[in-house]
Design a protein around this ligand. Sequence first.
Ligand SMILES: [Zn+2]
Ligand SMILES: [Zn+2]
Ligand SMILES: [Zn+2]
Length: 144
Amino acid sequence: MSKRKLDDEENSLEDAEGKDKTKDVVNGVNSVVICDTPPCNRNPKHFSNYSEYELHFISSHNYICNECRKRFPSELFLELHIDENHNPFTKIEQDKGGKIFKCFNYSPTGCTKKCSTPKKRRLHMIDKHGYPKEFRFDIVNRGL
Ligand SMILES: [Zn+2]
Ligand SMILES: [Zn+2]
Ligand SMILES: [Zn+2]
């Protein structure tokens, strides 16, 4: 508010910028935090404060691997992690040249794509599902 006094001349500029930012206001909630952790990234959730976001994160993105205690954002990521890191059968399958790297959006009723290498999966996710290039695709191995 005290800003107004100082930048009176820049008011017009500021207003233009301010309008752009109102895009983040969803359902009248002044969103401060946006959850773009998968699977929320497909339909980002907005939160008005960090404690709300934290509650959401703990209840929705807290899947822990029993083997290595790493944390994953969704049940599917945990499943893929266990499959690709701790499952001896998957390892055998991979040694035989099988496609073991499932699509991050894998579901029996949706995309059932499996790739032979993580690199090919990365391309699939970017190409077919619009994942950003800078997405941490190694989240499956390293966790959050
Ligand atoms: Zn979320
Ligand atoms: Zn693990
Ligand atoms: Zn897919």
